[in-house]
Design a binder for this molecule. Structure first.
Ligand code: ATP
Length: 368
């Protein structure tokens, strides 16, 4: 196991800067997730750590060693990709043992490791099968097993679950978390799936356009996003964004006024006429559910009139997609499962203003 430190890493491809200003240190044994939209530079960072890409500038340390010029195979890292390529002519056991055979590890130790790895990934009963006799999820577990068997100092995973169907993805995600708990190997995991990021990570690194937006544990990032990009990226359904104009101690949201909550007024000083983006999560909006608000709500309420566009019952909860009349702004609301509404109904939403975020509408920086 080892810590991993990136110091001001930059990677350019001809005149395209894929990543820049990438600085962080992952302590020994932690599970970090790099997350962000397509093209934000996640894979480039991971491949740079693996030694499959070379940084244009900056320093990369694994443990105490500067590894910029150390070839991939000498870095003692194991990488698992989305399209896990198993050797088709080998059995599961041979696939898991492959890296160890190459390193000429003692046969007895290989045997022992294969059995242990197979046990921790529930593959014991499949050891004699060939990859084509396995399901996608089982194949992916073998790919993980092959990487684990090498007992690397660092484990690099690039969207390892994205080829699995939803149920299997959930199960394998939980197994991965358990496995990390057992093995304690420093792990860096790349995904564009915010649910994977939230559920797996000790720390999340949110990236956008090649730059770090925020680093923090999942709860902190969810509760205190640094900017509008982070706020809308983490959370499902995502945070609602309402363009508004500051006027006379109120936010004008397409002609409807929301009084500025006391806590916002105290710490944000906006010029008259300033454009802002207000953010509020679907679970902080209520519709005629006084009991639910009493349980969960904390502060001042603001009211917005909307029209119901789509009602999606999800069992325990219902997601209601609404729109501000006369505008294209949508407001998603997550309410109890027993709510009965029809398309076109006009509703008054109660916004829990203690959970209101205010963003600069130009830079996306969080003002409150
Ligand atoms: P995805 O989720 O789609 O895999 P990503 O966040 O992993 O995306 P990267 O693959 O790291 O993103 O790519 C970051 C940027 O660098 C993109 O703009 C991409 O087009 C560019 N890029 C990556 N590899 C190369 C390359 N070999 N040559 C030129 N540009 C590249």
């Amino acid at each position: 196991m080892a810590k991993v430190r990136l110091e001001d890493i930059k990677r350019r491809f001809n005149n395209v800067t894929a990543i820049e200003d990438i600085t962080f240190e992952i302590p020994d044994g932690e599970f970090w997730v790099l997350v962000g939209p397509s093209g934000c530079g996640k894979s480039t960072i991971l491949r740079t750590i693996a030694g499959l890409e070379t940084a244009t500038s900056g320093k990369l340390f694994i443990g105490e060693q500067l590894v910029n010029n150390v070839p991939a195979r000498q870095r003692d890292v194991a990488m698992v990709f989305q399209n896990y390529a198993l050797y088709p002519h080998m059995t599961v056991a041979q696939n898991i043992a492959f890296g160890l055979q190459m390193r000429k590890v003692d046969q007895r130790i290989i045997q022992e490791r294969v059995v242990n790895v197979a046990r921790s990934l529930s593959l014991e009963h499949l050891l004699d099968r060939k990859p084509k006799q396995l399901s996608g999820g089982q194949q992916q577990r073998v790919a993980l097993g092959r990487a684990i068997a090498r007992e690397p100092q660092v484990f690099l995973l690039d969207e390892p679950l994205s080829n699995l169907d939803a149920q299997l993805r959930d199960d394998t995600r939980a197994e991965l978390k358990q496995l990390h708990h057992q093995l304690g190997i420093t792990t860096i995991y790349v995904t564009h799936d915010q649910v994977e990021a939230m559920t797996l990570a000790d720390k999340i690194v949110v990236l956008n356009r090649g730059r770090i937006q925020q680093i923090g544990d999942p709860q902190t990032i969810y509760a205190h996003p640094a900017n509008e990009m982070v706020a809308t990226f983490l959370g499902s359904p995502p945070m609602n964004i309402l363009p508004a104009i500051y006027k006379n101690n109120a936010f004008d949201v397409n002609g409807q006024l929301l009084a500025i909550p006391a806590n916002v007024a105290k710490s944000v000083h906006l010029p008259q006429g300033q454009n802002v983006d207000l953010g509020i999560r679907p679970e902080n909006i209520y519709i005629n559910e006084p009991h639910r608000y009493r349980e969960h709500g904390e502060g001042e309420l603001g009211e917005l009139v909307v029209d119901v566009k789509v009602v999606e019952p999800l069992g325990r909860e219902t997601l209601i997609r609404t729109g501000l009349p006369g505008s294209s702004v949508l407001v998603n609301v997550q309410v109890g499962g027993d709510v009965r509404l029809r398309l076109g109904d006009r509703l008054s939403l109660q916004l829990d203003l203690n959970h209101l975020f205010v963003f600069d509408s130009v830079t996306g920086d969080r003002l409150y």
